[in-house]
Design a protein around this ligand. Structure first.
Ligand code: 13P
Length: 341
């Protein structure tokens, strides 16, 4: 493990004013997202869509990295350059999702377990040879009646830590993503409790497995009311609950925390990140973004599979990335949305 290299990559990924685009949707997920906006999912449509994102002029001003799905790592742009090269040419670091998605947790209804440790040791050096410099693994924790269970929390925390250790062994920065889902009608307090539990267990396992904290990033959910909760919490309260939870669970040696958007609207995801960065000074870690839906929603809809819409879709993508870049320093205001419209 080359600690210096890991630290350099991790710090580059959370460089001021920059964040990460998660474009690592699995076949199933991209299929659902495409279907919702009337795009047929094929190898070529997925390639063309992602090329639209990656070749957006100037996107490297706001993006430090992009997380790819395995298929995309092997694909090429129209000019023949492999996608990892296209990204590097934009000043953006290519990364790769390495988990193999979730299965139902055995004997525990409503819970998920993330698979992918088998064969990981063989796949990682291949990904590295193809140009990936960082990796991601997502665990999913569901809030509901009697869940999450201790067994689900512990099994997923251990898999996350083992994955991170494998990744660091190949000098690939691990992004550890324990996502507590927004689905459900639970309160923000319940979300806080479960997020605190999962993060504590995750960092226990990270310690036990010898993972170098300064060479990893955390990708958590924000602490927020359930999507169907009668009472929805305001922006400042989400920001406060999230930072207070992280202060109690995430070691200061971790260089950055890159949030997922998790089903929040584009504007909410930007406003929440902005509030955290404007309300708190001197936090031990960078607070940044690693959004999929909150960066891609509009551009995907505008593009719609139409080569004639590439420029308009890229404009929307550039704008969203720019807004989130402003939120990195707490300088975002809603007026900035209108100015660009
Ligand atoms: P969302 O921002 O859409 O939650 O996706 C982030 C991600 O990478 C989920 O694994």
């Amino acid at each position: 493990m080359d600690v210096q290299k890991l630290q350099e990559t991790a710090r580059e990924l959370v460089a001021p004013g920059k964040g990460i685009l998660a474009a690592d949707e699995s076949f199933g997920t991209i299929g659902k997202r495409f279907e919702a906006v009337g795009i047929d999912s094929s190898e070529e449509s997925r390639r063309a869509y992602r090329e639209m994102l990656f070749t957006t002029p100037g996107i490297g001003e706001f993006l430090s990295g992009v997380i790819l799905f395995e298929e995309t790592l092997h694909q090429k742009g129209s000019d023949g350059r492999p996608f990892p090269r296209v990204l590097e040419d934009q000043g953006v670091i290519p990364g790769i999702k390495v988990d193999k998605s979730t299965v139902d947790m055995p004997l525990s209804e409503g819970e998920k377990f993330t698979q992918g440790l088998d064969g990981l040791d063989d796949r990682l050096p291949e990904y590295r040879d193809l140009g990936a410099r960082f990796t991601k693994w997502r665990a999913v924790i569901t809030i509901g009646d009697g869940i999450p269970t201790k067994s689900c929390i512990e099994a997923n925390a251990e898999a996350l830590a083992l994955y991170a250790a494998f990744a660091q062994q190949y000098d690939l920065v691990p992004i550890v993503e324990p996502e507590v889902l927004i689905d459900g009608d639970h309160s923000i307090e319940r979300c806080y409790e479960v997020t605190e539990w999962m993060l504590n267990r995750t960092f226990d396992e990270v310690y036990e497995h010898g993972v170098e904290l300064s060479g990893m990033l955390l990708k958590p959910n924000m602490v927020i009311s359930g999507k169907d909760a009668a009472q929805q919490t305001g922006v400042d309260e989400v920001a406060r609950a999230t930072v207070e939870c992280l202060l109690r669970t995430v070691p200061a040696a971790v260089p950055g925390i890159v949030f997922l958007s998790g089903g929040q609207s584009d504007l909410q995801a930007t406003a929440h990140l902005n509030a955290m960065n404007s309300m708190y000074e001197g936090l031990p870690w960078e607070l940044s973004f690693s959004y999929a839906r909150a960066l891609q929603g509009q551009p995907m809809e505008i593009w719609g599979g139409d080569a004639g819409k590439v420029e308009a879709a890229q404009k929307a993508f550039y704008h969203r990335a720019k807004m989130n870049s402003a939120a990195r320093s707490g300088d975002y205001t809603e007026d900035m949305e209108e100015q660009a419209a």
